[in-house]
Design a protein around this ligand. Structure first.
Ligand code: FE
Length: 169
């Protein structure tokens, strides 16, 4: 029932539109961080199953190489905490740095000694392909493999596998 204050306002969201997402990006609940490898986690924000891709935070709490991979599709990043670099480039991303990674970019993320913890927001389009030293593809991730990883983790920590649906659009 519309009262006089809302009666003349047009709806701001189409009834067929996907639900909005408003999240505490860096959560109190540690269980929301999905472990990937030793000292590396991702925190899902939005799994985009329609366009293919996802938004997440990456958190690294150890020094060293995180992964080597190729992006066939564009990536945007914004460093929220700490610092890191790619072996293939001569710049260092620090708190507040925005990064655009064009399609074809292949890189190896490194966190240097003394950083302690880095947290970076990434919007990943499409998929990413893990590659060996020669650039040969040895595996991949896309929105569905990431959903599966998160599902398994949320099940294991007692949130329930379907908790991942909170982030799926
Ligand atoms: Fe990357």
């Amino acid at each position: 029932m519309a009262d006089s204050a809302t009666a003349n306002k047009p709806p701001t969201t189409h009834p067929y539109a996907a639900g909005e997402l408003v999240l505490d990006a860096i959560p109190e609940d540690e269980r929301l961080w999905v472990p990937m490898t030793d000292g590396v986690w991702f925190r899902p924000l939005m799994f985009n199953t329609v366009q293919g891709g996802w938004c997440h935070l990456i958190r690294v709490r150890k020094a060293g190489v995180v992964s080597r991979h190729r992006h066939p599709d564009p990536v945007h990043g914004l460093v929220l905490k700490g610092a890191w670099r790619y072996l293939e480039h001569d710049w260092v991303a620090t708190e507040g740095t925005y990064i655009f990674e064009p399609p074809s970019e292949t890189h190896t993320l490194v966190v240097d000694e003394g950083v302690g913890e880095m947290i970076t927001f990434f919007q990943v389009t499409g998929s990413l392909h893990y590659v060996d030293e020669a650039g040969k593809a040895i595996g991949f991730d896309d929105v569905f493999t990431r959903i599966d990883l998160a599902r398994a983790h949320y099940e294991e920590v007692g949130l329930g596998a379907d908790y991942v649906r909170n982030f799926v659009r």
